[in-house]
Design a protein around this ligand. Structure first.
Ligand code: ZN
Length: 154
């Protein structure tokens, strides 16, 4: 994407989130030439990235699910929101650049695990122990919700 300041075509994405309504992605970008930051909006009119789950079903890639699962794993750990956002952005970029616009849930899980390896050992153990059993990020989120409910009732 062209930098609006110096017109260099060399930037990195520093933040990425869905816009309201979910029809687009808002990205904060940093120009690698002049260092200034700008925002881009991308319409998701292209084919969506599908996640192939272990049970053979497919669902649309959902950045929020990645964010939620990592946030849960990093709860009360010395990991900043920015680090979590960066991690999720890298996973998203990997998904968006996948061949045939399809990525397996296992690859997404493995990416999150290798990212957490560099961030926080406790978050890594939390994520990977449940992930291995449940195999899907959204199942992990459901699992943690169940735990919270049980705890809240007791
Ligand atoms: Zn620039």
């Amino acid at each position: 994407m062209l930098c609006p300041y110096c017109k260099a075509d060399d930037d990195k994405v520093v933040d990425s989130r869905g816009s309201e309504g979910g029809s687009g992605i808002r990205r904060r970008r940093e120009c690698l030439k002049c260092g200034r930051r700008f925002t881009s909006y991308e319409r998701l009119e292209e084919i969506p990235v599908m996640v192939l789950k272990r049970n053979g079903s497919r669902e649309r890639f959902d950045l929020q699910k990645v964010l939620n699962s990592v946030k849960i794993a990093c709860r009360k750990r010395p990991v900043s929101q920015e680090q979590i956002q960066d991690l999720a952005t890298r996973v998203e970029i990997q998904a968006l650049s996948s061949e045939n616009r399809e990525i397996s849930s296992r690859i997404i899980g493995d990416s999150i695990i290798s990212e957490l390896e560099q961030l926080d050992a406790v978050a890594l153990v939390r994520f990977s122990s449940v992930y291995r059993e449940y195999s899907d990020v959204d199942q992990f989120v459901d699992y943690i919700r169940t735990l919270k409910k049980v705890k809240g009732q007791g």
